[in-house]
Ligand binder design. Structure first.
Ligand code: G3I
Length: 365
């Protein structure tokens, strides 16, 4: 590991001393300082109990002391936002690049955090050379990719998103039309899970998707039936990830989300909220009212996970409003007008009311 990565491993003790998040004053680096708090939010990981509270992270952000400190003091789980995706770990056929992922895993190990690997088989951020493959050549490349990547982090990654977003949006419930893997037939999903299990039998293997959070959508039904079939066929699927990229304009209510999680759990699967964010751009009111509404919405959804024993973790798709995929206009428009401020800590790493809502829900309040 190069020097810059190693230096960041020793941030944690300082963060622990600061403990929790001060809602009011800011330090020179915009991070947390030991001033008299307005409303203290406990470190999220300190009230999570056995449940995972996670954040999506890019290795480059670990260079920022405030980012590393808030990450290590509040979260007991991390998910690589982009660094373990195919385009980054196997940019050319059979040549693997694990440096950024290794840095994330090292940081996690040093700070007592688990790692959710994300992701192995997905139609986006595929290395360009994959697009030229089809049939048996594509299937072989997929299995080699899964095998090598999982083997590299064997015993270090607790959960893997093995297959991500394989089903089409909309009414059909069929596999996506814009994925090269669809041409292999639905069997590619079981093939990917078997290859991952062979490489690390101890890792819990997930199918991960969005807009499957509530009951009644064709996509949620299709994923449920897929999970039933895989379980019945003895395929080593261990869990389902519900991304929870909330759209406050229209979202399933907590009861529908709970019943949905419970039916997947009844199949003997773990369930997790894997990519949560709650944009406020389209929430009515001024900033204070938007952030209070965000707090309530976030609280109620996290409370659903706390109420479902098989729901083993909640991960946010980032930690600070400073860095979110929704800050990119191309993506942000999916959630209407910005600014979206979708995450628990503001751009200065100060805990928002949303963080207080998360802490209360994790504590069962
Ligand atoms: O790495 C290149 C960099 O070299 C280049 O200079 C820069 C400018 O074009 O682009 C960089 O790649 C970007 C990459 O993020 C890393 O920052 C891609 O353009 C950009 O499209 C990519 O966006 C990611 C997106 O997935 C891709 O679909 C987001 O950061 C990431 O948050 C998002 O995450 C997905 C989950 O994996 C799956 N579920 C939905 C979620 C949100 O879309």
């Amino acid at each position: 590991m190069n020097r810059p990565w190693r230096a960041l491993l020793f941030v944690q003790p300082i963060a622990l001393f600061l403990g929790g998040c001060i809602v009011s004053s800011r330090g020179p680096d915009g991070g947390v300082t030991a001033a008299a708090p307005a409303t203290a939010v406990p470190p999220l990981r300190s009230v999570a109990g056995a449940r995972a509270i996670g954040a999506a992270v890019e290795a480059q952000r670990l260079r920022e002391p405030a980012f590393a400190r808030v990450l290590a003091s509040n979260f007991n789980s991390l998910t690589p936002e982009n660094d373990m995706k195919w385009i980054n770990v196997e940019p050319t056929p059979g040549t693997f690049s694990f440096r950024a992922g290794d840095a994330l895993v090292a940081f996690a190990e040093h700070n007592g955090m688990r790692v959710r690997g994300h992701n192995l088989v997905w139609h986006t951020q595929l290395a360009p050379w994959v697009a030229g493959l089809s049939g048996e050549a594509l299937r072989a490349a997929m299995i080699r990719h899964v095998g090598n990547v999982v083997a590299h982090w064997k015993g270090k990654i607790r959960q893997w998103d093995v297959v991500n977003e394989a089903f089409a949006d909309g009414a059909g419930g069929e596999l996506r039309h814009d994925s090269p893997f669809t041409a292999l037939g639905a069997g590619f999903i079981a093939d990917a899970f078997r290859a991952a299990h062979e490489a690390d039998p101890a890792a819990l293997l997930f199918y991960n998707d969005y807009e499957i959070e509530g009951l009644g959508t064709p996509k949620a039904e299709a994923v449920y039936q897929m999970a039933q079939r895989l379980k019945a066929a003895g395929v080593p699927i261990g869990g389902v990830g519900f991304q929870m990229h909330v759209d406050p304009r229209h979202w399933p209510d907590p009861q529908s989300i709970r019943q949905n999680l419970e039916r997947f759990a009844a199949l003997g699967l773990a369930v997790e909220l894997t990519e949560m964010d709650v944009p406020v751009g389209e929430i009515p009111g001024d900033k204070t009212q938007k952030l209070e509404a965000q707090k309530r919405l976030t609280h109620d959804i996290v409370a659903v996970c706390v109420a479902v024993p098989a729901c083993s973790g909640v991960t946010f798709w980032g930690l600070t409003d400073r860095y979110s995929w929704l800050n990119d206009p191309e993506w942000g428009q999916l959630r209407g007008r910005g600014p979206h401020r979708p995450l628990p800590f503001d751009a200065d790493y100060v805990a928002k009311p949303m963080a207080a809502g998360i802490a209360a829900a994790l504590a069962g309040n």
